[in-house]
Design a protein around this ligand. Sequence first.
Ligand code: FES
Ligand code: FES
Length: 167
Amino acid sequence: MTRHDTLREESVAYGLHINGRDHAVQAGWLGESLLYVLRERLGLPGAKNACEQGECGSCSVLLDGVLVCSCCVLAADAVGSDVRTVEGMGDDGELTDVQQAFLEAGAVQCGFCIPGLIVAVHDLLDRRPDADELSVREAISGNLCRCTGYGRILAAVAAVQRERAGA
Ligand code: FES
Ligand code: FES
């Protein structure tokens, strides 16, 4: 039996702190990604699985306040960390200003990339409320969208910036 087989056979139980709540992971496998555990074990399907290799950003979440691709993080490595997913961006299921702006700007087409973009845009605007367009483009450059051409996404981000600035 190889080490790989041994790891696959050993199940583990651990807890994750996600969107302000504790979640128990039962009979997990140590090699499972955070993305897999969120979606398949904990019923949090907001983060999307597209490339599963850190290329597309559709699985973006915040890990201790840092934007990461959850497909590239082992779930067991997130024990003790604060995980925030797109489901936890708003209060009590309310849309955030960024989500509302995406809707109003028509920035959502198939929608597959959108949860990752929402997390990335919140992260950027929390850190740099007055980011210029080039900085916004750079910040979302890791979030691939194959539908929109990005124009309406940029318009949505600019609308949030104007609204937050009271302009
Ligand atoms: S699914 Fe994680 S970066 Fe594409
Ligand atoms: S809206 Fe379809 S990939 Fe972005």
